[in-house]
Structure formats: structure tokens, C-alpha cells
Design a protein around this ligand. Structure first.
Ligand code: MLT
Length: 206
């Protein structure tokens, strides 16, 4: 059932004790239920933690405020990133997992807040699958992402993610020490069936 505790309405589905905890982060207009089927499909046996973004844009949940398409409210990105990181820590205590098991799986706006978590609060994640992420904000000094694994899945023609921003994000994460792999399989912003197999493979190669 949907749980309003810990500061975020969320779903939690326990999995195997030694399996990752997938932090499922929906896109604009989604909710905590949206990505549960994806999480079950890409890593059976994983625990799933799926919060609903708290910002509303014309009634559509998001994880941070934007001023217009592709123009983010950076102060809100920072605030919401801290809130989400604190939620992950609180959820880890409540549901009895350690944050070194948490892998974010975010789509679109959810991928952008996951990228922001890596840049601002990397200690709450062991890695991330970023589906159609762009640069959420720029931070200095860069975080230390050694030991973190990141799979980026970007699209060749994405109206929300300019090609140069996808490349900048990849380079920022790699320069900070993350082990980054990037897929360019998808034609557009929409998720593709063909992405699932490489994502499954990446998640099981641990
Ligand atoms: C965003 O965070 O605004 C994304 O890039 C696009 C979207 O979620 O609609």
C-alpha cells in the first residue's frame, strides 16, 4: 500500500536480503506505482523503494521545480535532492537495508534527480541507471564517485535531453571517478523494450 511516512508517499517491496534495493524514480506526471513493473522486470529479487515526487506542476508530480522545459530551478533541485537523500537514509533504517545496496533507477525527471543525488549526496547510492538524464546542476568541487557504477541510457533524438548535455553528464560522472557505461539504443525520449536486456545485464554484472 502507499505509505505517506518518512516524508514521501512511497511504495516499498522487500526482496532478497543480499540483492540490491532499486530506488525507482518516475518521470514528470508519474507516481510511486509507475516504475514498479520495470523494477521487477530488470532485477527479479531486488527490493523496490519508490517515492512520489513532491513538486506539482499543473497537478503532475515531479522531483524538482522547473521554470520551463529544460530550465531547472537550481535552488529547488538542491533542496529536493537533500530531501530525497534524507528519505533514503530514513527508509534504510526503517526497512533494514544499507545504502551501499541502493541503486537508483530513474526515468526523465527521475533520472535527473538521481544524477543530482550522485553529484550532491553520493553516499546514499552505490550506483544508478539513468534513463534519459540531462545535466541537473553543476557542482564544485566535484564529488568523489570512485566505486560508483552508472549506466546512462540516452536517446539519439531527445526533445528533453540535448545531445551535448548527455555527453557533459557522462563526462562529469566519469571525471569524478564513476565507472560509466552509456547506451545510445533508443531513438527518442520514450523508453524502449530494446533497452531492457542491456540494463538487466548491467545490473547482474556486479
Ligand atoms: C525534466 O526533469 O524536466 C526532464 O528533463 C523532462 C521531464 O521530466 O519532463
Amino acid at each position: 500500500m502507499t505509505k505517506p511516512e518518512l516524508g514521501f508517499i512511497h511504495q516499498y517491496e522487500p526482496g532478497n536480503d543480499d540483492a540490491p534495493v532499486l530506488l525507482m524514480l518516475h518521470g514528470t506526471g508519474g507516481d510511486e506505482h509507475d516504475l514498479l513493473p520495470l523494477g521487477r522486470a530488470i532485477l527479479p529479487g531486488a527490493s523496490l523503494l519508490s517515492p512520489r515526487g513532491k513538486v506539482l506542476e499543473q497537478g503532475m508530480p515531479r522531483f524538482f521545480r522547473r521554470l520551463s522545459v529544460g530550465v531547472f530551478d537550481v535552488e529547488d533541485v538542491k533542496l529536493r535532492t537533500q530531501e530525497l537523500a534524507d528519505f533514503i537514509v530514513a527508509a534504510a533504517a526503517k526497512y533494514q537495508f544499507t545504502t551501499d545496496r541502493v541503486i537508483a533507477v530513474g526515468y526523465s525527471n527521475g533520472a535527473n534527480i538521481a544524477a543530482s543525488l550522485l553529484l550532491m549526496r553520493p553516499e546514499v547510492l552505490s550506483g544508478a541507471v539513468l534513463l534519459r538524464a540531462t545535466v541537473p546542476l553543476r557542482v564544485a568541487p566535484p564529488p568523489d564517485l570512485r566505486g560508483k557504477r552508472v549506466l546512462l541510457s540516452e536517446a539519439r533524438n531527445d526533445m528533453y535531453v540535448p545531445h551535448d548535455q548527455a555527453v557533459e553528464l557522462e563526462s562529469t560522472l566519469r571525471t569524478a571517478g564513476a565507472e560509466v557505461q552509456t547506451l545510445w539504443i533508443a531513438p527518442t525520449h520514450a523508453l524502449e523494450q530494446a533497452e531492457l536486456a542491456p540494463i538487466q545485464k548491467w545490473l547482474t554484472k556486479r
